[in-house]
Design a protein around this ligand. Structure first.
Ligand code: PMT
Length: 224
């Protein structure tokens, strides 16, 4: 696979971070998405760059400035994000993918390049599954189609965050999952603080107190 020349490897450990939402368009003016602002993912990218890692931030549409020392690649849909993550991991060497993005699991089955007329819409939108980026990257690495990378995920939960996070950790081949309860007012989407537990592949759990997303990013980058 061709590597984007702007993201050629430069010898340092590469940290690829995904952040923000994806948008799954029905037509040029309508899309399915979620409330992610990119705050958590950008904090991880900023912290990794501060430690001297080479950082590639694959970002969905957000209104945050690019952190200093970070190479940012903008994408819109989950399928675009998968392509850019793959390119970013093609270089080999020591590398980690931290998937903070809130990636849409479904997209409209059809896309109209012209704005759909209200009168032509039935009120029903047929959806098809998007690829699961972490699962796809894990499977391609195992089959030798992509160089090895350590994988770290997030889990946005509204029920029992720890059990679900442990399941995701195993299913997606992750080193650890950062589980956050997105129903809490001071955690999850669009706020500057987060409350999370780190759930490791070996079953260990570290439960963290409420803290700023910058502070949580420092703890996550310490573990890389
Ligand atoms: O951006 P902010 O406003 O700061 O909000 C931060 C956040 C709430 C988005 C973040 O803290 C968070 O929880 N991100 C993960 C959101 C999510 O999609 O969780 P999930 O449980 O649906 O997915 C589990 C993991 O699989 C995640 O690492 C996700 O990036 C990844 N995934 C999900 C779907 C998909 N199709 N492919 C994936 O790789």
């Amino acid at each position: 696979m061709e590597t984007d020349p702007s993201i050629e490897k430069d010898g340092r450990m590469r940290v690829v971070v995904t952040a923000g939402p994806t948008r799954e368009h029905l037509d040029p003016v309508r899309f399915l998405s979620n409330p992610s602002t990119g705050k958590m993912g950008y904090a991880v990218a900023q912290e990794a760059a501060k430690r001297g890692y080479e950082v590639i931030l694959v970002s969905g549409p957000v209104s945050l400035p690019t952190p200093r020392g970070v190479k940012r690649v903008d994408v819109v849909s989950a399928r675009d994000m998968l392509l850019k993550v793959r390119e970013a991991l093609c270089g080999g060497g020591e590398q980690v993918l931290v998937s903070v993005a809130a990636i849409a699991d479904w997209r409209p089955k059809t896309y109209s390049s012209k704005k759909l007329k209200k009168s032509s819409m039935t009120g029903v939108i047929e959806l098809v599954r998007n690829p699961d980026i972490l699962k796809t990257i894990n499977s391609e690495m195992r089959r030798g189609k992509l160089p090895k990378a350590k994988l770290v995920g997030f889990a946005a939960e509204t029920g029992d965050p720890l059990q679900e996070a442990a399941r995701k950790c195993r299913a997606k081949g992750l080193e650890f999952v950062v589980a956050n309860d997105v129903t809490a007012k001071d955690a999850g989407f669009a706020v500057d603080t987060n409350r999370a537990s780190l759930v490791f592949a070996n079953g260990n759990v570290e439960t963290l107190n409420l803290m700023s997303k910058r502070a949580l990013a420092r703890i996550i980058v310490d573990k890389l």
